[in-house]
Design a protein around this ligand. Sequence first.
Ligand code: MOS
Length: 712
Amino acid sequence: MTTTTTETVPVTGAVGTAHTRIEGRDKVTGAARYAAEVPLAGLAHGWLVGSTIARGRIRSLDPAPVLAMPGVLAVLHHGNAQALESDYASPMGKPDPALQLFQHDRVPYAGWPVALVVAETSEQAREAAEALVVEYDEEPHDVAFAAGRPEAYVPAGPAHSPSEAGKGDLAAGLAASAVVVDEEYTTPEEHHHPMEPHAATAYWAAGRLEIIDGNQGSIYVAQELARLFALDPSTVRVRSEHVGGGFGSKGARPPQVAAAMAATVLQRPVRVVLTRRQMFSLTGYRSPTIQRVRLGADPDGRLRAVDHEGLNQTSTVHEFVERSADVPRAMYETEALHSVSRVIRLDVPTPTWMRAPGEAPGSFALECALDELAARCGLDPIALRVRNEPEVGPLSGLPYSSRRLLECFEEGARRFGWAGRDPRPGVRREGRWLLGTGTAAASFPTLAGPSTAAVTAEADGDYTVRITAADIGTGARTALTLVAADELGVAPDRVRVRIGDSDFGQAMLAGGSAGTRSWAWAVTLAARSLREQLALGGSIPPEGITVRSDTAEALAALPRRERHAFGAQFAEVAVDVATGEVRVRRMLGIFAAGRIVNPLTARSQLVGGMIWGLSMALHEEAVRDERWGSHVGADLAGYHVAANADVPVVEADWVDDPDEQDPVGIKGIGEVGIVGAAAAIANAVWHATGVRHRHLPIRPDRVLTAGAGDLG
Ligand code: MOS
């Protein structure tokens, strides 16, 4: 018995309807293979050896004893490694020298890869790697991140967004202000630590270098490897079907390069997996920040002057700037504005993008400063933000594509129960707990990157979408299925979305909260023209009918706008005055973040960001021992992240905010959830205790040292 379906009425409405993850069953049953789990015949295992000093040279490295150990196949190091290309520009700028594995004897930071030991088993490789003796000529190192260091400089930044920018007369604005807030805020070094550690497998097949890894953009990794190894790009293929989290850390990293090098030497598949300890030095992190925020306002809270200065660290070998000072450029109306990010080079690993790079620490400083201003003006914190709502971008002068920040505050205040809040700090007690509530604004740019997609009408009536997207846990695969289904006018179960394969062509990476937006755009264009083609009639040949799209032109034609997702964060905390413990009791985030494709996974994204904000506010802090230049407690016991018991009721919802210039209406939700969350908690701690905490995390010892206002 067969069923013939002839679609007469197009099916739509998949977008906007909750849908469980397409690969959810595979993930929970273990059928989904992550990078380190894909079985391969003849697989060898590589183990990276990191430097134990923070600066100097390798004096000697003797592989002979290690090569005699059981199962050991090779030791790659600067004395025998193949030469790699370094003279190229990647789409992200100059290549990170950490990818130039084993090219010289210099060590620029602790944990720098100095060798790869390859063996038959992972255990043998690890045993041998730990036995490898490397001697160094150590030089004095400097890992002391601090304010006021004369070496700090202002990096140029991209032409469209210089590191230093502003308008108006800041000094005059501050001088004319009746109320001035001038405070320093700091955030510590923070790490992404996706649940799936970085891993890569490499092998040669039919003249092509095949890589299986976990990444945020297979085409980017493939192109980087092609450049490094001077290979024709068509001979490198990178696949990354399932990714256990990325958050900015999963680009081209030492594992892919090391695996490719060893696979080339041994002519057999080689897998390199990082330990969590290695991830502390080899996969990037968020730079610590020291930020000075100055706000000048009239007595009624109207801003006259905003100055945001951020200091970050980078390595001595590569420049990465955490642009925390950018946040006010698009947030509040003011006559004078100054924003500058400075950076200092230290003997530390290079930081990188980490969920809401810039915005996460920057919003902590700015949104806490606004709370301080509100208190000094005797204004409700939401009223202060209403008073300073801009008509156009404060720096750019451009209109907003849409800005529904105040609707977020309105809806959030209603649901959180903000009305009637007693503004006085330190007056609510419940047993040994002091209670308080706080709020903060969130924003994150709406971006898109050129992407191509192919959509095939199969002979059996189903559809296949191919796009080099990466689902790093966001639910992108599912979202694209819904987008394609609506555009094709069929039910989602008729659409198969294949992702994570560089052979599918150029596409945006999963970054900048722009993955799903960029890919959905490409899928929409391809599906639309396929549907038009099918409407002309005719039969579908056995190989199907495939239509390709490229969004480059459409993106180039977009008018210039201030494009952002927005949100309002609310938190209620209880502070134990005896132990200094801060417990978050509940959080609410209301967002205006474009059309929501899949409410189920969107909520997870936003809640996940907010929980990270909680973790940032109270727990996360990587501590570097200045004597050794490396971390103390480089594991998830020493690096404390919020656990279940720390996470209370966290609710996220949204107001309707479709982006009018996006074919699906998407803005992007990957990062806005963390923005402002830490500030809302810090502001709530002030409301509870009467003490401002300007240094994250708000640890019990800091709460105890600071006391608790008059009630402490
Ligand atoms: Mo995200 S930090 O843009 O990968």
